[in-house]
Design a protein around this ligand. Structure first.
Ligand code: F6R
Length: 261
């Protein structure tokens, strides 16, 4: 995998947004897989800036959701569908009928998960999947010891993840659902390009374990090591526990610009 160390979150957002813009210029109806949470926000802001300046038109792109809370009404402000509408689709000028996501309110959750995997396949698969990483190494909401071959399914959030996410629910952990639908690790690995973005010191241990540790389900993000085109973009703080940081800096500094990430 390629590791790109950037000075700060804004620089990471710019690099990832540029990769998305290059993809969409080449393939206007590309499927962009998006994550929620705080980390990807600089990416969406940088991409929206490019859209506003006319540097790229993403209006034909399709936007695919990574995960969704189970049981939150779709119009709840913190359902990931609402969050993505607000933070991604509206600023980018993408219509809701180009949005792909699982139904977190379905009575038959398992059928909703299978329907979502089928919808992703029918769309031709995800071209670029943006991922954040949990402090415990989760990607999507594949918590530690999730099968590396897993498909989209229901998962129970760890208490740590619920504590981490309480900030989106007025700091009240009781409001954070216990369950989510998440693309499985096997589903995520089918995307053509995986881009994991991590910023801040709190992610340093998870990044080091994912990049330099063994491939192991106890650290779900280590599954990126199995992917032929995986890029990990980290700021200095998130990179601070990487033993090979100097090597990663050297290779990126000497990479031809046309190659992108
Ligand atoms: C959310 C998701 C999660 C987050 C992770 C990090 O869609 O897939 O894996 O990316 O929990 O969240 P932040 O970026 O808020 O630290």
């Amino acid at each position: 995998m390629e590791v790109v160390i950037v000075p700060d979150a804004a620089a990471g957002g710019e690099i990832v947004a540029e990769a998305m813009a290059r993809l969409v210029r080449r393939k206007p109806d590309a499927v962009l897989g998006v994550a929620t949470g705080s980390t990807p926000l600089p990416v969406y802001e940088a991409l929206a800036t490019k859209v506003r300046s006319g540097a790229v038109d993403v209006s034909r792109a399709r936007i695919a959701q990574l995960d969704e809370y189970v049981g939150l009404p779709a119009d709840h402000p913190e359902s990931y569908r609402s969050v993505l509408r607000r933070e991604v689709l509206e600023p980018l000028g993408v219509a809701m009928d180009q949005f792909l996501g699982p139904d977190g309110t379905a009575d038959d959750v398992q059928a909703a998960c299978e329907a979502y995997d089928a919808a992703l396949a029918a769309a031709g698969g995800v071209d670029l999947q943006l991922l954040g990483i949990g402090t415990d190494g989760h990607i999507g909401f594949n918590e530690p010891c999730s099968s590396l071959a897993s498909r989209t399914r229901i998962k129970t959030l760890t208490e740590q993840t619920r504590v981490d996410n309480a900030r989106f629910f007025d700091g009240d952990i009781e409001q954070v659902p216990h369950h989510v639908i998440t693309q499985g690790i096997g589903t995520i690995l089918e995307a053509r390009h995986l881009v994991l973005l991590a910023t801040g010191e709190g992610k340093a241990d998870a990044v080091a374990a994912s990049v330099e540790g063994p491939v192991a389900s106890v650290c779900p993000a280590s599954a990126l090591q199995l992917h032929p085109h995986a890029t990990v973009v980290v700021d200095e703080a998130a990179a601070s526990k990487l033993k090979l940081a100097d090597y990663f800096r050297h290779t990126y500094a000497n990479k031809p610009d046309w190659q992108g990430i």
